[in-house]
Design a protein around this ligand. Structure first.
Ligand code: ATP
Ligand code: MG
Length: 735
């Protein structure tokens, strides 16, 4: 998996500079050998841009033309930078600096601060929201939590677009920003925020770049020293450069022009933070003598994946789209993309997890599979479904749901509110559980309407919204449930999903998947409201969403699965529609509204096969979930944990403690052997259910939720032996 190239393709360091060029096509070679002057590579996804620049640096170093320490390669994430350093090492060009703009600037700032300013660099604050709140108080502007976050996003945007407070109102109007308040008030707040920072001697994330720019602008001696150090610059993913990063790059460069940029305007996905592909598209204008190379051969994906990617771009509009290049796949044919429609989100996640299980069982390494989603709040459903299917996973770009700071804080707030119960004045007049949760979480930044701010702000809100949704589902499933019950449920969910340490299926947001590739990609939640996301309103915003889907599609080397759910929760109204971006591209989408309604049959899955020729087995298997009932009191169960136990949490357990303990010991040994976390063998709930029903044969064991065919096959004999009281089962070391 991971970006660009398999490390296995580089088993040995090439034995000469020329050997570094082996494995590049003629255009890529042109990039790699154009070591002087401005170079711009405009090319689509998977055409080898990252590979070409890595080889370019390595070739220059190995040929003795570039001094390793004189090269600065800039990428957009720490992971990409780390990967580039690794690849350069494999090509025999260690010692080259590959960094993000931020880390390169921070390093320079720390070094030059004592000389340029005096003293040591002020402390870097990692979250600016408290400072914004204090600034608002100083200005006597009352903002609720949502407005505070939006205001913080406006300040960030202003800073990366180098807009000073006095110019904010005009610039925001020009850029079509939706300010949470009167722009004059935001400008006042922004000015107060800057004053406060200065008074407290702290700097924020954007200041790192701004201050580096300021020092390089004002101090010729510092600029000279930096320019003497770095003479060659390479920028990957240049389409997402912000005006501030561009300014920094210009200052690093001075009046020289040894700059090589690569990018794909069709993958611009950070416009909302102030980034713009104009720098890439206008490179020739700013550097009239530039070597411009276009790459169209797509080495990453099969013709089937590339066909869909080209189709998506074919419908795109705007400046980026005007520069699109039709990709030509260099790979052998593969399966058609698979499209699948599900009744609800948990069913969609279960469906994906089941397919992933099948793929892994058929020999596809878990690390070659990714599930990509639009918002981080979608990850929890997939974390759960994969854990239930015994599939190890890792999160990329997104923290695990229950580890996110806002989710932890929300958990503490709910716990505190549950402890105080009716004595909490906040909850005095609120009786039903969802309203109580909304009341508590509004103190944490939850608002009825989503904020119009940047990605991070939005994602924090989405996390809280996911908790509100969870409370609604929980209350609907358990009449009379209290806040304390919900807290127990949350703890339980958090506990059941301990981060596996093994390599596994990647769960990532589309934004964080940029530059990466996997053999199999599941694009989930490809529905209206998610893709495009509800708050994308203007044409430009819709186009950015389309590009995001294009980024997702082009991450797949061989297999691509696209899915959506008609309702959020089981039994919910099936009001959602598949994404408009797939219209005319997926089978059956040609006629508007021509798709037969799936009709709320709860749990029915539909699978569409891609347009002919696919070898992929689609998922039209229909599974109708029969209502589970508590085996003690007979109540219908809707909570996943209770369904596994096959009884209400509150109903008495008749568990055989001895069997339970032996099962747990056995599970620890199994987990250790396979290098999986214990819950991937069986969850606690499943073990409890086994110890309660003590099955005597396979049929009885198979009835327990969480014991699917695969687990039955693999563990059935051991479990039945433990239930039958046989000693020492599965605990011997040779296996
Ligand atoms: P993205 O736009 O997604 O960042 P990219 O243009 O940077 O993609 P790379 O990641 O460099 O593309 O390359 C895509 C894949 O194609 C990688 O697996 C890479 O090793 C492979 N590849 C690129 N060029 C060649 C080539 N000339 N021969 C064989 N494989 C290649
Ligand atoms: Mg790349």
């Amino acid at each position: 998996m991971t970006a660009a190239t398999h490390s296995t393709l580089f088993p040995q360091v090439p034995d000469s500079a020329d050997a570094v060029l082996d494995g590049l096509d003629p255009e890529q070679r042109e990039v790699a050998t154009a070591l002087r002057g401005p170079v711009c590579v405009l090319a689509g996804a998977g055409t080898g841009k990252t590979r070409a620049i890595t080889h370019r640096i390595a070739y220059g170093v190995r040929a003795g033309i570039l001094q390793p320490s004189s090269v600065l390669a800039v990428t957009f994430t720490n992971r990409a930078a780390g990967e580039m350093r690794g690849r350069l090492r494999q090509l025999g060009a260690a010692g080259v600096q590959a960094r993000t703009f931020h880390s390169a600037a921070l390093r320079q700032l720390q070094y030059f601060w004592p000389k340029a300013i005096g003293g040591s660099l002020p402390r870097l604050v990692d979250r600016k929201i408290q400072l914004v709140a204090d600034a608002a108080a100083a200005c006597r502007i009352r903002l609720d939590r949502g407005e505070l976050r939006d205001a913080a996003a406006e300040i960030e945007w202003s800073k990366v677009t180098q807009t000073v407070p006095a110019d904010y109102a005009l610039a925001a109007a020009k850029a079509g920003r939706e300010a949470p308040r009167d722009p004059a008030e935001i400008a006042q707040l922004y000015a107060a925020y800057e004053d406060l920072k200065r008074a407290r001697s702290v700097i924020d994330f954007e200041d790192v770049l701004l201050l580096t720019v300021a020092v390089l602008q004002d101090r010729q001696d510092v600029a000279d020293q930096v320019r003497a150090q770095y003479q060659h610059f390479v920028v990957d993913e240049y389409q997402d450069v912000s005006p501030l990063q561009q300014r920094l790059l210009e200052l690093w460069l001075g009046d020289r022009d040894d700059l090589c940029v690569v990018g794909d305007a069709s993958q611009t996905i950070y416009s909302f933070t102030g980034a713009t592909p104009d720098h890439l598209l206008d490179f020739r204008v700013r550097h009239p003598g530039a070597t411009v190379v276009k790459l169209v051969r797509d080495y990453r994906s099969t013709p089937q994946v590339v066909h869909l990617a080209n189709g998506l771009l074919g419908q795109a509009r705007g400046r980026a789209a005007d520069h699109r290049l039709e990709l030509v796949s260099q790979r052998a044919a593969g399966p058609e993309p698979v499209y699948a429609e599900y009744a609800d989100e948990p069913a969609e996640a279960e469906g994906a997890a089941r397919r992933i299980r099948e793929l892994i069982d058929s020999g596809v390494p878990a690390a070659e599979i990714a599930v990509l989603f639009r918002t981080n709040s979608q990850s929890e459903t997939y974390e759960q479904a994969l854990a239930d299917a015994g599939v190890p996973y890792q999160l990329r770009g997104a923290e695990r749901f229950f580890d996110r700071p806002e989710v932890r804080k929300a958990g503490s707030a709910l716990r505190a509110a549950a402890r105080f119960g009716g004595n909490d004045s906040l909850l005095d007049d609120v009786v039903d559980l969802p309203s109580q949760v909304r009341a508590v979480l509004s103190g944490e930044g939850w608002t009825t309407e989503p904020p119009a701010g940047s990605g991070a702000v939005r994602e924090r809100w989405e996390s809280l919204a996911a908790l509100v949704g969870l409370a609604q589902d929980f209350a609907a499933a358990r009449a009379g449930a209290t806040l304390s019950d919900l807290v127990v449920e949350l703890d339980e969910r958090a506990g059941a999903q301990h981060a596996p340490t093994v390599q596994g299926v990647t769960l990532a947001s589309l934004h964080s998947a940029k530059g990466l590739e996997w053999d199999v990609v599941f694009l989930v939640g490809v529905a209206e409201g998610m893709m495009p996301i509800t708050y994308a309103k203007t044409d430009e915003q819709i186009e950015e969403e389309r590009r995001l889907l294009y980024v997702g599609v082009t991450r797949a080397r061989e297999r691509l699965h696209l899915s959506w759910a008609l309702a959020r929760s089981p039994g919910g109204r099936p009001s959602r529609r598949p994404s408009r971006f797939l219209k005319g591209l997926r089978p059956g989408s040609g006629t508007a509204g021509g798709r037969a309604a799936a009709g709320g049959t709860g749990g029915v899955e539909r699978g569409f096969r891609g347009g002919g020729g696919g070898t992929e087995a689609a998922v039209p298997r229909r599974t109708r979930r029969t209502p589970a009932r508590c085996r003690v009191c007979g109540r219908t169960l809707t909570d996943a944990g209770e369904m596994k136990l096959m009884r209400c949490e509150g109903c008495p357990s008749d568990m055989d403690e001895g069997v339970y303990e032996r099962l747990r010991e056995w599970r620890a040994v199994q987990a250790g052997r396979s290098g999986q976390p214990a819950f991937c063998v069986f969850t606690d709930k499943t073990l409890m259910a086994i110890a309660e029903s003590v099955p005597e044969d396979e049929r009885e064991l198979a009835r327990i939720p969480g014991v699917g065919a695969r687990k039955l096959n693999r563990y059935g004999a051991d479990v039945l032996a433990i239930c039958a009281g046989q000693e020492g089962v599965g605990l011997d070391e040779d296996d």
